[in-house]
Ligand binder design. Sequence first.
Ligand code: PLP
Length: 394
Amino acid sequence: MSGVAKKMRTFAEKSSWIRKMFEEGARMKAEFGADKVFDFSIGNPDVPPPAKFYTVLRELAQDEQPGIHGYMANAGYPFVREALAKRLGAEQGVNFGVDDILMTCGAAGGLNVIFKALLDPGDEVIILAPYFVEYNFYIDNHGGVPKVVPTDKDFNLDFEAIEQALTEKTKVVLINSPNNPTGQIYSADSLKQLGRLLDEAGARFKTSIYLVSDEPYRNIVFDGNEVPPLMNTTTNAILASSYSKELSLPGERIGYLAVHPEMADKGAVVGAMTLANRILGFVNAPALMQRTVARLQDVSVDNSIYARRLEVFCKVLDQAGMRYVRPKGAFYLFPQTPIDDVEFCRLLTDQKILAVPGRGFGLPGYIRLAFCVDEKVIAGSAEGFKRAMELAKK
Ligand code: PLP
């Protein structure tokens, strides 16, 4: 009899879609050869980090100053936070101080830090479907309750649905833009409207409702789209981001949080988040990576690679007759399925195509396709998508 917690067993079951597809992909690659399988299941950036990353890393690796690999302030090196304050200030149109920035172990570490700092047991966190599936677990980690709210047919904010979901227990509304899995970017106007809605609800309930935006894909955008600033929406805004996609460094676990400089209880929130970073066991974000990214504020991965893949993929889906909302950013497509999403994934698997059913993201009737693979793999999947669509109509 396993001593593993019942809750963890349920969680393993709930989060199994991506894992299942990943395992299926590994099995198929072993059986048919990696070049015969079209694996769109995993969002693991394959575009190389910018050349400057290697130059800076090599230089820093040679530094033998005593203490350079030691602990530092739990919030991160002040000079690194200063570099970020400068960049984010320009991006967001507000003046960040060093103390408004906290270095974290990726955006995932950052979100856990936020929830640890803000949530009392039973506090509600509104998440928008379809969502990054890990949100449910991060919220539960800290005793919170996820409250799932739908988005509209184009995956934009549904204000009526959000308003109805707000209660005196709502502590956080969590958004993700550009979105995984839809690629949607919320407009400046809709963000402002959301900020107003939360401020009004907070005043009505005599509580603080924080707007948290998870933006690790901020720099991966298409067709001239931009992610509007979060900081002119509400002073209760917290930005969570990372270098996982922007510099293709997900394994290095380096990210950050930025708190609105005029947040009313900023000192308490930042203090709690700094303590959370320590007592969650992160202690601090990796030292070498902090020093590295401090010098990489002006570079990003080659976006044109993702943009080209998007073009190729859209053609493949158009030819197959699949319907989708063109993503504005990130590296996913989220097309509708003509039949049940799990059934359709089975038809795709028969064509050696791996996709993740939308229900894994809280929205059945869709599939997620990650384009973290070579253009040739995308082009090579065209016949398979056509065939699966034909079979689905039979
Ligand atoms: N948020 C979203 C929407 C993601 O897709 C991911 C990773 O795929 C993360 C957060 C976690 O990113 P990080 O590697 O920065 O922790």
